[in-house]
Unconditional design. Structure first.
Ligand code: ADP
Ligand code: MG
Length: 224
């Protein structure tokens, strides 16, 4: 009975994925088709149309590459890494974007030992996803605090604390569902992929949120 339950869970997951992929890829496809027709008819500004076509292709590419991450067993390359340095790198990468959106990134790293055996590229991707989500949750600007601390046992905790619009209860339970997004330009893959990557590191992700107050995403990782 339990086996069957697990099986049907898998099917619905596959069904969800298939529906999501079809939907996410059909939209840019439709737009590409339309612009190709426009170019063929000789109307309007070709270079502008080519730009749109390129960005639609990029959208498809991003979805495909994120899905491939789930499809094939990843060769995770673990190296001993200072999480502090990794966070600094990612913040440098995203700071301009944050400033454009009126978001101040505040770091509170303390003096904690933060050495972790991890796949640097995967964890970077996780941090990028959570920082982007935080910035996107503050359309009128705000603060994102990134705090490093100790978790329970031999773990470290990285908290991403925003004062954005928060996550309603009904959405909280759907976080991590493939293609679940509340954003016009979102693809709803970031959280799911991040959770998978963290679990590959034997870590955990916790979410706590209050509407109109903000959201805290906590990443717990085993210490090296
Ligand atoms: P996307 O960002 O493309 O929508 P994600 O998987 O990254 O996809 O996030 C899924 C959804 O979770 C978002 O659309 C949003 O509704 C919600 N969410 C995630 N992080 C936050 C956050 N920090 N504040 C508010 N909502 C969030
Ligand atoms: Mg996102």
């Amino acid at each position: 009975e339990e086996e069957r339950l697990i099986q049907s869970d898998k099917l619905s997951m596959a069904g969800q994925l298939a529906a999501g992929i079809a939907h996410e890829i059909r939209n840019p496809m439709t737009s590409i088709k339309g612009f190709v027709q426009l170019i063929r008819s000789g109307a309007g500004r070709k270079d502008q149309y080519f730009d749109i076509i390129s960005s639609e292709i990029e959208r498809i590419e991003l979805i495909v590459s994120e899905l491939l991450f789930l499809a094939k067993p990843q060769s995770v390359k673990f190296e001993r890494t200072d999480i502090r340095q990794l966070l600094e790198q990612v913040i440098t990468l995203l700071n301009t974007q944050a400033i454009i959106h009126n978001v101040e990134i505040i770091t509170d790293f303390g003096a904690h030992e933060a050495s972790v055996d991890c796949d640097v590229n995967h964890l970077k991707q996780v941090f990028i996803n959570f920082i982007k989500n935080a910035v996107e949750s503050m359309p009128d600007g705000g603060e994102l605090t990134i705090r490093l601390g100790r978790g329970e046992g031999h773990t470290i905790a990285i908290h991403f604390i925003d004062n954005g619009y928060g996550i309603p209860e009904s959405i909280l339970s759907r976080l991590g569902e493939p293609f679940f997004t509340t954003k016009e330009k979102g693809n709803g893959l970031g959280f799911m992929i991040s959770k998978k990557m963290i679990e590959d590191h034997k870590g955990e992700v916790h979410v706590s949120s209050k509407l109109q107050v903000g959201t805290t995403i906590s990443v717990i990782l085993p210490m090296a």
